[in-house]
Ligand binder design. Structure first.
Ligand SMILES: CC(C)(COP(=O)(O)OP(=O)(O)OC[C@H]1O[C@@H](n2cnc3c(N)ncnc32)[C@H](O)[C@@H]1OP(=O)(O)O)[C@@H](O)C(=O)NCCC(=O)NCCS
Length: 166
């Protein structure tokens, strides 16, 4: 990751920059509304991270919540930490165009992994979209079995959506 970038927790004042990064990363039909992003941050502020430059402006983000492994999250669903979690669910990792290909994603994923291990969670999970299965394999994730209920949740995403665990 570029030396001038650091990772810190997301704050409400970052949400405009987050919406701009999201718009650079996904087609309009997959963009989640600002109110939902704000509600998720309010519900799970300790599992939302940004990579910021020297001016403290976010150029990339990762939002997550503590969950039960095997439970697939639908697109547009609210966030809520599970009371007795065994995993960290990575809902969205997005790197602004200017920062791609510089190890920023890898840094944010490592940060989340360290936190998950500090919380004694058994693993990480996510839904891969945007043709990113190979990227996630590179981060140590593998395609995992999902229940019929989980398959229905995968159907809420646009394009191919694949449940993966690490
Ligand atoms: C996919 C994405 C997160 C990668 O971010 P990035 O910061 O460019 O990735 P990094 O520079 O940290 O790359 C880490 C490794 O993954 C590889 N990689 C990056 N993008 C990849 C892709 N689309 N497919 C396969 N491998 C990829 C890199 O070559 C690098 O490999 P190396 O360690 O062997 O050199 C970024 O392109 C992005 O935000 N895309 C749009 C949003 C998105 O699809 N998010 C994931 C949704 S599940």
């Amino acid at each position: 990751m570029p030396a001038l970038l650091t990772v810190r927790l997301m704050r409400p004042e970052d949400l405009q920059a987050i919406a701009e990064i999201q718009a650079q990363c996904y087609p309009p039909e997959m963009n989640e509304p600002p109110g939902l992003l704000a509600a998720r941050l309010a519900a799970c502020p300790d599992t939302a991270w940004v990579a910021v430059d020297a001016t403290d402006r976010p150029g990339a983000y990762l939002v997550a919540y503590r969950t039960l492994l095997g439970k697939v999250s639908s697109l547009g669903a609210a966030f809520e930490h599970h009371a007795q979690p065994d995993g960290l669910y990575l809902h969205d990792l997005a790197i602004g165009r200017a920062l791609r290909g510089q190890g920023v994603a890898q840094t944010l994923v490592s940060h989340a992994r360290e936190q998950a291990s500090r919380w004694a969670l058994a693993g990480l999970a996510l839904v891969s979209v945007n043709d990113t299965v190979a990227f996630w394999r590179g981060q140590g994730f593998e395609v995992a079995h999902v229940s019929p209920e989980g398959q229905a949740a995968l159907g809420t995403y646009w394009g191919t959506a694949v449940y993966m665990r690490a």
